[in-house]
Design a protein around this ligand. Sequence first.
Ligand SMILES: [Cu+2]
Length: 115
Amino acid sequence: MQLARLAVAVAVGIGVIAACSSSSTGPSGGGHTTNISVRNNSFSPTPDTVPVGQVTFTWETPSNGHNVTWQTGPGTLPTKSSTQTSGTYQATLQLGTYTYHCTVHAGMNGTIVVQ
Ligand SMILES: [Cu+2]
């Protein structure tokens, strides 16, 4: 009986992991990826849930000038990116929830949940 309970617990655990990793974007627009796209006037995916560590923002081309500027988050916020039209920018994140935006375009916002 105890063994059966353990088997159920393991099966449920595997199911949760599979549900999280099966797709980079969920039905609500949320994602689970450390690679975030900088599009014209939006970041994708957002909200995004990632593990502690580095995330990479990649500017889709062609692109207008955008930047990644951190607004709120735990501890000292990462240094903002330059305003650029291509390339990548990386930031190292710790446990907690971060919000960021592009200072050029009002409404170009993003959220990353680090867990
Ligand atoms: Cu922008």
